[in-house]
Ligand binder design. Structure first.
Ligand SMILES: NC(=O)c1ccc[n+]([C@@H]2O[C@H](COP(=O)([O-])OP(=O)(O)OC[C@H]3O[C@@H](n4cnc5c(N)ncnc54)[C@H](OP(=O)(O)O)[C@@H]3O)[C@@H](O)[C@H]2O)c1
Length: 325
């Protein structure tokens, strides 16, 4: 089988396409013929040796933590899937290949009217965003949500899911092209947080109240400013730290009974699989009904996977980057 392989944690330059042996699924695993792979900032961090899970990973390493395709072979204890099923899901690694293995309970059947490319874009961004908004943030219809990094993979998912949940969505991004894009995808209001004062603009959009929750995949100083945008009882949902890891002043939580909540999809996959499944099925149903349209910014072939990573690293991607074998 063909796969992108890293022999060192050397980033994009260290990637090469190689022929590998086809792996055999263990009793609770499934071998999938990959039709499309979603790329994520997490993959960039992983291949560069900069992700928090790198210390548990061995070289050579095949990247790819989400993908869609067709079930080829199931382990002895797998009952919920069978060869021929169309699936999407998360992979511990290895989905940037034409075949890959994952746990059966990390895969979900894909309705026939969802294409493989759209399906590959769902697990890391859309499933994770729903987990954070629904289970961590406990957001309810009518509440107001501020999304930082709203044109990126997980930020855009939060905008679209927020609208499908009946929230008022204020989308923040660093330039007007990105903001036009997210407005087109359903954001109610937008903020250019490079040129506008984030707190002042949020307060003017919310009659001085602030928002009920902030979806934050960025961290750093922007996150500290966003903390002041939370209303009484507001929830700060921490998804990632591409802008740096901030130290939170706990007094600013106390004064308005706010909460700071870590949101890890991995936690739900490993420790709350029923909630993970519920979120995945919620997303797949709405995508199948056309209520959420996964936004694919760029699609590359496997031979061009370095270009795909470079596009992602340039930070100019609108929506998801997907690679097909
Ligand atoms: N917790 C979870 O379950 C989970 C799931 C998926 C992803 N994540 C994390 O969420 C973060 C974002 O992932 P993503 O796939 O959405 O990435 P992405 O598509 O690259 O989007 C990230 C956004 O962050 C902003 N940004 C600010 N500083 C940046 C920097 N130094 N480098 C890159 N982008 C920067 C950019 O928006 P502006 O220019 O508009 O600010 C960009 O659009 C990553 O840390 C990822 O690991 C967490």
């Amino acid at each position: 089988m063909s796969a992108a392989v890293c022999h060192q944690w050397a980033g994009i330059d260290g990637l090469q396409i190689e022929q590998l042996h086809i792996p055999l699924p263990q009793e609770d695993e499934v071998l999938v013929e990959i039709k499309a792979t979603g790329l994520n900032t997490t993959d960039l961090l992983l291949i560069s040796g900069r992700h928090q899970t790198n210390r548990d990973l061995a070289l050579p390493y095949v990247p790819g933590i989400e993908g869609s395709g067709i079930v080829i072979q199931c382990g002895a204890k797998v009952t919920q899937l069978k060869p021929g099923d169309r699936v999407t899901g998360s992979f511990p690694k290895g989905a940037l290949a034409d075949k890959a293995i994952t746990k059966a309970n990390h895969l979900f059947r894909v309705p026939d009217n969802i294409g493989f490319i759209e399906a590959a874009a769902l697990p890391v961004s859309y499933f994770s965003a729903h987990l954070a908004l629904h289970w961590n943030g406990r957001l309810e219809s009518g509440e107001t949500l501020l999304v930082l990094g709203s044109s990126g993979g997980i930020g855009l998912s939060a905008v679209q899911i927020g609208k499908a949940m009946g929230l008022n969505v204020i989308a923040g991004a660093s330039n007007d092209t990105k903001l036009e894009f997210v407005k087109d995808k359903g954001a109610d209001r937008t903020i250019n947080y490079r040129t506008e004062h984030l707190k002042n603009r949020v307060m003017s959009l919310t009659d001085g109240k602030g928002v009920d929750a902030c979806f934050d995949p960025i961290g750093g100083d922007l996150s500290l400013t966003a903390l002041s945008c939370l209303d009484w009882g507001g929830r700060m949902l921490h998804l990632g730290f591409v802008g740096g890891i901030q130290q939170l002043p706990a007094n600013r939580l106390l004064v308005k009974n706010r909460a700071s909540i870590g949101c890890s999809a991995r936690y739900f996959r490993l420790h709350q699989p029923n909630k993970y499944r519920e979120s995945a099925e919620w997303i797949l149903e709405r995508v199948a009904r056309g209520e959420i349209l996964p936004s694919i910014g760029h699609c590359f072939s496997m031979a061009d996977c370095k270009l795909a990573f470079e596009k992602l690293a340039a930070g100019a991607v609108l929506g998801k980057v997907v690679v097909t074998p």
